[in-house]
Design a protein around this ligand. Structure first.
Ligand SMILES: Nc1ncnc2c1ncn2[C@@H]1O[C@H](COP(=O)(O)OP(=O)(O)O)[C@@H](O)[C@H]1O
Ligand SMILES: [Mg+2]
Length: 280
C-alpha cells in the first residue's frame, strides 16, 4: 500500500486540487484508493461528493485511534457512481474510491508541539485497513501536528507549489522540514517530488520561477506541471471527477494527472530518491 501525503506550508497552492486530480486518475486506472482528508476545512471531502450519513469523521477516529474502525467509517466517493455507469454494470471489479471524511475536530491535533504518541494516531488507523493500493492524505497548510502525523503514516510526500516567489520559498522551507523530520522520525519516508500547479505557459514570471525551481530542486521537480485551468472551480464545485468532465481542457488535465500518478506508483524508481539539491 503506497501512502502519499500531499503537503505544502502555504494554503491555496492546490494541495486539495492535486489530491482530487490524483484520486480521479487512480479511479480511472482502477487502483483501489482511500483519500484521508486531514484538513479540518474538509475541502477534499466536499470535492469527492460524499454523503456523510452517521459515519465518523477523521478527527473523531484519530481521538479513539486504537479502538476506532476506519474501514467501517470510510464513505465511497460519489464519483464511483459515474465510474460504474461508464464502466458498465458487468465489469468484474467495481471501482473503489473511499474517503475518510475531514472534520473540524481534527484541528485539536494541529499543534506545533504534538508528542510522539499522538503523531502515530493516523498510522495506527491505517494499520487496520487493507485492500487499498493507494492512500492519498490531503494535509492542512502548515507543518504542525496534522501534517507531521500524515508524514509519520506515509512512505512518500508530494509537495505542491505555485511558480511564484513566496510559494517557491515556502517549498524550500518545507523541504528542509521534511529532511529534518526524516532524520529524526521517519528514515524510510521519501519525497515523491514537487509538482508545480497553476502554471501559465504565457507568463514570463512563471517561466522564470520554474527555471529557478529546477535549479533548486533538480529532478524532484516533477513533469508534467499542472496548467492553470479556467473551469477548475466549476468542476470542483460540481463535485466531479476531472476524468468524467466533458471537453478538451478537462481531458488535458486528466492526462496530466494520469502521468503524475504513474510517476507516483512507479515506486522503485522514485522511492529511493535521496533528498539532495543538485550540484550547482
Ligand atoms: N490548476 C488550477 N487551475 C485553476 N484553479 C486552480 C488550480 N488549482 C487550484 N485551483 C483553485 O485554487 C484554489 C485553491 O486550491 P486548493 O486545491 O483548495 O488549494 P489548497 O488545498 O492548497 O489550499 C481553489 O479554488 C482551486 O479551485
Ligand atoms: Mg486544501
Amino acid at each position: 500500500m503506497q501512502v502519499v501525503s500531499i503537503s505544502s506550508l502555504k494554503g491555496g497552492v492546490g494541495k486539495t486540487s492535486v489530491t482530487l486530480g490524483l484520486a480521479s486518475a487512480a479511479l480511472a486506472a482502477g487502483i483501489p484508493t482511500l483519500v484521508v482528508d486531514l484538513d479540518p476545512h474538509a475541502d477534499a471531502t466536499t470535492g469527492l461528493g460524499v454523503s456523510a450519513g452517521d459515519h465518523l469523521g477523521i478527527g473523531e477516529m484519530l481521538r479513539g485511534a486504537r479502538k476506532a474502525d476506519l474501514a467501517a467509517n470510510v464513505v465511497p466517493s460519489g464519483w464511483t457512481k459515474t465510474a460504474r455507469r461508464l464502466n458498465g454494470q458487468n465489469t468484474p471489479r467495481q471501482p473503489v474510491l473511499d474517503v475518510a471524511m475531514g472534520s473540524a475536530f481534527s484541528g485539536i491535533y494541529d499543534r506545533p508541539d504534538l508528542g510522539k504518541r499522538d503523531l502515530k494516531r493516523l498510522s495506527t488507523l491505517l494499520g487496520k485497513v487493507s485492500g487499498y493500493g493507494l492512500v492519498l492524505i490531503d494535509c492542512p497548510p502548515s507543518l504542525n501536528g496534522l501534517t507531521r502525523m500524515a508524514w509519520t503514516a506515509s512512505n512518500r510526500v508530494l509537495l505542491v507549489a505555485e511558480p511564484g516567489l513566496f510559494s517557491v520559498a515556502g517549498t524550500e522551507r518545507t523541504m528542509r522540514a521534511l529532511d529534518l523530520f526524516r532524520q529524526e522520525f521517519a528514515p524510510n519516508l521519501a519525497p515523491a517530488g514537487i509538482v508545480a500547479n497553476r502554471v501559465r505557459s504565457t507568463s514570463n514570471e512563471h517561466t522564470f520561477r520554474l527555471a529557478e525551481m529546477k535549479q533548486m530542486f533538480g529532478d524532484l521537480l516533477l513533469e508534467p506541471t499542472i496548467a492553470e485551468q479556467a473551469n477548475w472551480q466549476q468542476i470542483q464545485g460540481a463535485a466531479h471527477s476531472v476524468h468524467h468532465w466533458p471537453g478538451d481542457s478537462a481531458k488535458q488535465a486528466a492526462g496530466t494527472f494520469d502521468s503524475l500518478l504513474k510517476n507516483l506508483v512507479q515506486a522503485g524508481s522514485v522511492r529511493n530518491r535521496v533528498m539532495r539539491r543538485p550540484a550547482s
